[in-house]
Design a protein around this ligand. Structure first.
Ligand SMILES: *[C@@H]1O[C@H](CO)[C@@H](O)[C@H](O)[C@H]1NC(C)=O
Ligand SMILES: *[C@@H]1O[C@H](CO)[C@@H](O)[C@H](O)[C@H]1NC(C)=O
Ligand SMILES: *[C@@H]1O[C@H](CO)[C@@H](O)[C@H](O)[C@H]1NC(C)=O
Ligand SMILES: *[C@@H]1O[C@H](CO)[C@@H](O)[C@H](O)[C@H]1NC(C)=O
Ligand SMILES: *[C@@H]1O[C@H](CO)[C@@H](O)[C@H](O)[C@H]1NC(C)=O
Ligand SMILES: *[C@@H]1O[C@H](CO)[C@@H](O)[C@H](O)[C@H]1NC(C)=O
Length: 465
C-alpha cells in the first residue's frame, strides 16, 4: 500500500513538474546548458556523489552581523584543510566594506542583493551596487558572479537584468519539493519554483540561456502541517538541530542535492543559542564522509565538470589553493583584509574610517568625497589608493597603496586561523527518508502537493487501488 502511494506520488510529481518545466537533455548539454534534474549531474549515482552544503547570508555586513558570522563558521575546516566557506548576498546600504574585504580574503564569495534592498530593483541599481561593492571592498568585478532578489521577489525582467550584467547565477527561487533539482541553467525557465503564483511569474520566465539557477533549497518538516521554510529556520526550543539533521539525511541518503543553509546573520542570534546550533551542525556535517561546504560559484564549477566524490581531490569546486597565494609578509602590513604580519591585527594603521551622508564604513581604498549612490557609484575618493583590477591578482594580494599585486612571504592564511579540530562521527542517520531512491517519499508533507487538481487525481487513483 505505501509503496503504491509512493509510486503514485512520484508520478504526480513528474506530472506536476511537467506542467511548469520541460527540458530536453539531448539538446541541452553541459557545460553551456544543464537541465534541472533530481539526480546528480554526469550520470553519477547518488551514493558516489559528493554532498555539498551551501551556506549563505543575505543583507548588510556590518558590526551587527560580522561577529555573528565569525561565531557561526570561522575557524572550521574540512579534513582536506580547506576552510568552511560561505556566500554573502550583500546589500550596499549599512555595509562596512572593509569587513566584506576580510570575508572575501578568507575564501568566502561576495554576491549581489541590490544597493538599497529594493524589491524588483532596476538593472541600474544592481549594477551601481556592484560597482560600489567592488570599489570599496576590493572584490574584483570578475569575482562578483551571483544575485539573490530581495524578498525573493523575482520577475522575468529582473532575471533578464541579471543576465544582461553578465552574472553567472541567480538564487532567488525557493524549492517546492524536498527531492528538488540540482542546480540548472535557465534555458527552459524555472523548475521547482514554489513562488511562481505568488510572484506572478508562472509561465512568464523566458529562456535565459546559460544563466544558472541555484535553487533556494527549503527545509521540510516531518510534521506535514508545517510549511517548508526557505530561509532562517527557527530555533524552536532547540528542535532546529533535528530539522537540520533530518534535511541533511534526506539528501545524504537520497539524491545528494546540495543542502542550503540560507540565513540572515541578524536573525542567527535570536535567541543567542541559535548560533551555536548552527556551528555544531556545521561541525557535524564536515565530520562525515564526502561532505563539503562550498561557495555558490564553486558549486557551479562542479556542475560544469561533475566527478565522483572519490575523484574530487584537486577539483576547483573544493580547492582552496587561493589561500596559498596569501602569505603573511614578515614585517609589513598590506591593506588587503588579511593579518599579514601575524600580530592579530588586520590592516592596522592603513584602513580608513569614512562617514559621509548616511554611509559609515571602513575601507582600504580611500574615503569617498561624496556619498556613493545608485546614481553616483563612482564618486571621487580621497588620497590615491588604487582599486583592484577587474580580474584581480593571479598571484599574491592586491596592495592599493603601491598599486600592484604583491607576493608575500611567510605562513599561510590557514595556519593563521588554526582550524578547530573536527571529530569525525558516524552518521547513524534517521528515518526521514528511509532508503530514498529518487521518488518522493511518503514522509514529504502532503500539503506541498496541495493543488486541488492533484487532490482530485489522488482521490481518483485511490479509488482504483
Ligand atoms: C547592519 O545592517 C542591518 C541591515 O542588514 C541594520 O539593520 C543594522 O542596523 C546595521 N548595523 C549597523 C551597526 O550598521
Ligand atoms: C498557479 O496557479 C494556476 C491557476 O490557479 C494553477 O493552474 C497552477 O497550477 C499554479 N501553479 C503552481 C506551480 O502552483
Ligand atoms: C513581490 O511581488 C508580488 C507580486 O508581484 C507583489 O504583490 C509584492 O508586493 C512584492 N513584494 C514586495 C516586497 O515588493
Ligand atoms: C621568505 O621566507 C623565507 C623563510 O621564512 C626567508 O628565508 C626569506 O628570506 C624570505 N624572503 C623574503 C623576500 O622575505
Ligand atoms: C530506522 O528504522 C529502522 C527500521 O524501521 C529502525 O530499526 C531504526 O531504529 C530507525 N532509526 C532511527 C534513527 O529512527
Ligand atoms: C492547502 O490548502 C488549504 C485549503 O485550500 C489551504 O488553507 C492551505 O493554506 C494550503 N496549504 C499550502 C501549504 O498551500
Amino acid at each position: 500500500m505505501f509503496k503504491k502511494i509512493s509510486i503514485i506520488l512520484t508520478l504526480i510529481s513528474i506530472l506536476k513538474t511537467a506542467q511548469c518545466y520541460s527540458c530536453d537533455s539531448n539538446t541541452c548539454k553541459p557545460p553551456s546548458c544543464t537541465c534541472a534534474s533530481q539526480l546528480p549531474p554526469g550520470g553519477i549515482s547518488p551514493k558516489d556523489a559528493p554532498q555539498f552544503v551551501i551556506l549563505s547570508y543575505d543583507d548588510a555586513i556590518n558590526d551587527t552581523t560580522f561577529t555573528i558570522l565569525k561565531d557561526m563558521y570561522k575557524g572550521l575546516a574540512h579534513s582536506n584543510g580547506c576552510p568552511v566557506v560561505a556566500t554573502h548576498f550583500v546589500q550596499n546600504r549599512y555595509t562596512n566594506y572593509h569587513q566584506v574585504q576580510q570575508l572575501y580574503a578568507q575564501g568566502d564569495e561576495i554576491a549581489l542583493h541590490t544597493f538599497e534592498h529594493t524589491a524588483l530593483a532596476s538593472q541600474h541599481e544592481i549594477d551601481s551596487g556592484r560597482t560600489v561593492l567592488s570599489t570599496f571592498s576590493g572584490v574584483p568585478l570578475n569575482d562578483i558572479k551571483g544575485f539573490r532578489a530581495p524578498f525573493l521577489n523575482y520577475t522575468n525582467e529582473l532575471i533578464q537584468s541579471v543576465q544582461n550584467m553578465g552574472l553567472m547565477y541567480d538564487s532567488s527561487a525557493p524549492t517546492i519539493r524536498q527531492d528538488s533539482s540540482w542546480p540548472y541553467t535557465l534555458d527552459y525557465g524555472f523548475s521547482d519554483d514554489v513562488d511562481c503564483n505568488t510572484t506572478n511569474t508562472c509561465g512568464k520566465i523566458t529562456a535565459h540561456n546559460g544563466l544558472w539557477e541555484i535553487p533556494l533549497y527549503s527545509f521540510f518538516f516531518n510534521d506535514a502541517s508545517k510549511p517548508p521554510v526557505s530561509m532562517d529556520p527557527e530555533y524552536d526550543n532547540g528542535n532546529l538541530m533535528t530539522l537540520l539533521k533530518d534535511n541533511f539525511n534526506f539528501r545524504y541518503n537520497g539524491n545528494r542535492q546540495p543542502l542550503a543553509i540560507a540565513v540572515h546573520a541578524v536573525h542567527c542570534n535570536e535567541p543567542e543559542a541559535k548560533v551555536k546550533v548552527f556551528r555544531d551542525f556545521i561541525k557535524w556535517c564536515i565530520g562525515q564522509k564526502d561532505v563539503y561546504f562550498v561557495t555558490y560559484s564553486q558549486l557551479i564549477e562542479y556542475m560544469k565538470n561533475p566527478v565522483k566524490a572519490s575523484e574530487l581531490s584537486g577539483h576547483p569546486a573544493i580547492s582552496c589553493s587561493k589561500f596559498n597565494t596569501y602569505k603573511v609578509k614578515d614585517t609589513t602590513e598590506i591593506c588587503d583584509g588579511i593579518d599579514n604580519t601575524g600580530d592579530g591585527n588586520i590592516d592596522e594603521g592603513l584602513v580608513e574610517s569614512c562617514g559621509i551622508g548616511n554611509s559609515y564604513f571602513s575601507t582600504c581604498f580611500g574615503c569617498p568625497t561624496t556619498e556613493p549612490s545608485i546614481d553616483n557609484p563612482t564618486p571621487a575618493r580621497a588620497g590615491d589608493r588604487k582599486t583592484i583590477p577587474q580580474q584581480g591578482c593571479t598571484e599574491g594580494t592586491w596592495d592599493p597603496i603601491t598599486s600592484s599585486c604583491v607576493s608575500t612571504n611567510g605562513s599561510t592564511y590557514l595556519e593563521s586561523i588554526t582550524p578547530e579540530k573536527i571529530v569525525t562521527e558516524e552518521n547513524t542517520g534517521n528515518n526521514i527518508s528511509g532508503t530514498n531512491s529518487g521518488s518522493i517519499s511518503t514522509t514529504i508533507p502532503i500539503s506541498f502537493l496541495n493543488l486541488s487538481i492533484i487532490t482530485v487525481l489522488v482521490n481518483i487513483i485511490f479509488y482504483f487501488i
